[in-house]
Design a binder for this molecule. Structure first.
Ligand SMILES: [Zn+2]
Length: 192
């Protein structure tokens, strides 16, 4: 199945090669542009199905994700599990469930995200879930880019593991080679 995930991403041109500035601040020669996959509902359904199957017996009551990709993933996983879906939005250095979104006290929450690099966004969602009194029973991502995923304090599942090189900007060989640095995502603009 894991080969299929990479094949899906490759098929829609979602595995970009170059010199990228990741949200984490690190540089990388590879960027997984998940939105090239998420634009196709059937592919999203297929990938989210892997997550739904993994946690189907865990009595999930709520699926939560961070904006932006996590909104789509949380919605689709929740649809397949027939439960509630909520998303956490950026607010300063943290994330919060806004728009009056609430859950039952002690609700069993599955946290989902698209690509795991450092776990920053997921930790923000964990904080947001904690704030509204939910109990995190699992964390799932489409692509795990880490060598070893961080301990989120709950069972972790990735549809695909693809440990990919990242560089601290100060020692980035792509910077040294003067390759233009691109900030992928919504802007797709070269970084000055
Ligand atoms: Zn660089």
């Amino acid at each position: 199945m894991t080969e299929n995930v990479e094949a899906i991403f490759e098929k829609v041109g979602a595995v970009l090669k170059g010199h990228f500035l990741l949200t984490s601040g690190l540089h990388s020669p590879v960027y997984w542009e998940k939105f090239r996959v998420l634009q196709f509902p059937r592919l999203t359904e297929q990938l989210c199905g892997m997550i739904a199957e993994r946690f189907r017996k865990d009595n999930v009551q709520v699926v939560a994700g961070p904006t932006t990709g996590g909104v789509i993933l949380a919605h689709e996983v929740a649809r397949q599990l027939d439960v509630q879906s909520i998303y956490a939005e950026k607010e300063g250095n943290e994330r919060l469930f806004k728009r009056g979104l609430t859950i039952e006290p002690g609700a069993r929450v599955l946290v989902v995200d698209d690509v795991l690099t450092t776990g920053g966004s997921i930790r923000e969602v964990l904080g947001a879930v904690d704030k509204i009194g939910g109990k995190v029973i699992g964390v799932a991502v489409l692509i795990d880019r880490t060598e070893q995923p961080p301990d989120f304090g709950a069972p972790f599942f990735a549809c695909h593991h693809a440990a990919t090189i990242t560089y601290q900007p100060a020692i980035c060989p792509l910077c040294a080679a003067k390759l233009p640095l691109v900030k992928p995502g919504s802007s797709q603009q070269p970084v000055k």
